[in-house]
Ligand binder design. Structure first.
Ligand SMILES: Cc1cc2nc3c(=O)[nH]c(=O)nc-3n(C[C@H](O)[C@H](O)[C@H](O)COP(=O)(O)OP(=O)(O)OC[C@H]3O[C@@H](n4cnc5c(N)ncnc54)[C@H](O)[C@@H]3O)c2cc1C
Length: 406
């Protein structure tokens, strides 16, 4: 028996939060955290463009779980035990005040991730967590015997794997060595590459109320849509990429995207509005007739794509062209030929299968004494502080459970 010896693989948000929760709850616990790289909490530091979107102002678990394409069902009970309210309170008690933006995202009042990183490191040090950097866990045998990247072998009776998403670092392999199955990791939260003359030269323009669909996969999202140098981005696309992460990966990111630039209006309503414009303003240039709130350049581009001349008067626009324009506005087809990185935030869909973990304690159902927290699990959220929140929640639950199990 290695009394009280608890080891944590991974010095990210989840690993740190678990280490602190464990050591604060039970002074008998000897907690050692192993971080593969020289810099723990690297993602916390760069997150939210350096501002760190720590959590969300949406606090009701039943609402909150709707922002998780994977893991929502399992997290519901967990959020009742440790959710955004507890997170905000914890950071405040440890010296970091958070503020909510109108869109629900919560940041440090200083708009700087530095104090969040410093707070976690200070809390870990005060709770006597031993942090070893440049020291990863290479292999693990049941029981647990760990081989470190330094060549050492160490033993513990409780092990938390919090190595983050994806294959880098080998955390998923550790889980596999202890009998777990893995949902194959694929990217989530990305933007779409589209080469289409309708978008050329319009980078930076956005439509505030768009709807995007991939009919063959029954995917549909709405929200702001942004034209980029490479294609389309913005909240509507990011949400679609998250909910469709696996399906889109299986199609090698080649599919047709249908865009409604003026949602929630449907084709009939759009056509009726175009007819009204033609009837009421017969002599006006149709290029000046954008009553849909679209950016003028985008309106003119879509009008040209429908076969109209922006300089022509409304009265000369044929029914056929009106119908084509309604189609461009409400149901434009854009062939997607790949994905691009959304540099502000990206996560992994896939990881340790959730049915193999008890979400009351985050303990493995396959290997007693083994715990999981954070993105190594098959959990990922939309942008907005949801990914860190699941790391804090699962980290806290695992840390507390390890402390109580001693
Ligand atoms: C650019 C960017 C910005 C983001 N911004 C936000 C944001 O503002 N808000 C939000 O909610 N989410 C954000 N996210 C997502 C969020 O950062 C992650 O979901 C979160 O960091 C997951 O925490 P984690 O502790 O599970 O994993 P990580 O933060 O990835 O930490 C895992 C750690 O384990 C280490 N490790 C890996 N393998 C081993 C091993 N074998 N042994 C020891 N250590 C190992 C890694 O080096 C790493 O330090 C962002 C992501 C990115 C990429």
């Amino acid at each position: 028996m290695n009394n009280g010896r608890i080891m944590i693989a991974g010095g990210g948000a989840a690993g740190y939060f678990a280490a602190i929760a464990c050591a604060e709850a039970n002074p008998e616990a000897h907690v050692t955290l192993f971080e593969l790289t020289a810099q723990p909490l690297a993602k916390v530091r760069i997150s939210g463009g350096g501002r760190c979107n720590v959590t969300t102002a949406f606090t009701e678990p039943a609402d909150l779980v709707r922002y998780y394409p994977r893991g929502g069902r399992e997290l519901r009970g967990a959020f009742h035990r440790w959710g955004p309210v507890e997170t905000v309170r914890w950071f405040s008690a440890h010296g970091v005040e958070l503020k909510a933006q109108a869109d629900g995202r919560m940041f440090p009042v200083t708009d700087d991730s530095g104090p969040v990183v410093a707070c976690l490191q200070r809390a870990a040090a005060e709770a006597r967590v031993i942090v070893r950097t440049r020291c990863g866990v290479r292999t693990v045998r049941p029981g647990f015997a760990l081989e470190l990247t330094t060549g050492e072998t160490v033993a513990c009776d409780r092990l938390l794997i919090a190595t983050g998403g994806g294959k880098a670092g080998g955390g998923l392999e550790l889980a596999r060595q202890l009998g777990h199955t893995i949902a194959p990791p694929v990217p989530s939260l990305f933007t779409f590459q589209i080469e289409d003359p309708r978008l050329t030269g319009l980078a930076g323009l956005s439509a505030e109320h768009a709807e995007v669909r991939v009919p063959e996969m029954k995917l549909r999202e709405s929200g702001p849509l942004l034209i980029t140098h490479w294609g389309l981005s913005g909240p509507a696309i990011l949400k679609l990429s998250a909910w469709g992460a696996r399906l889109l990966h299986d199609r090698d990111y080649h599919f047709d995207l249908m865009v409604n630039w003026v949602a929630p209006r449907g084709i009939d309503e759009i056509l009726a509005e175009l007819v009204r414009l033609r009837t009421e303003h017969p002599r006006r240039h149709m290029g000046g007739g954008n009553s849909f709130g679209l950016s003028q350049r985008l309106w003119e581009r879509l009008a040209s794509a429908a076969g109209a001349e922006p300089a022509q008067p409304w009265t000369s626009v044929s029914n056929e062209v009106l119908k084509a324009l309604a189609g461009e506005l409400g149901c434009g087809k854009f062939p997607v030929s790949g994905k691009s990185l959304f540099k502000e935030e990206f996560v992994t869909c896939g990881g340790v299968r959730l049915e193999e973990v008890d979400f009351k304690t985050m303990e493995s159902r396959r290997s007693p004494g083994l715990y999981f927290a954070g993105e190594v699990l098959d959990i990922d959220g939309l942008t907005g502080g949801f990914n860190f929140q699941s790391a804090w929640t699962t980290g806290w639950l695992a840390g507390r459970a390890m402390a109580e199990a001693l």
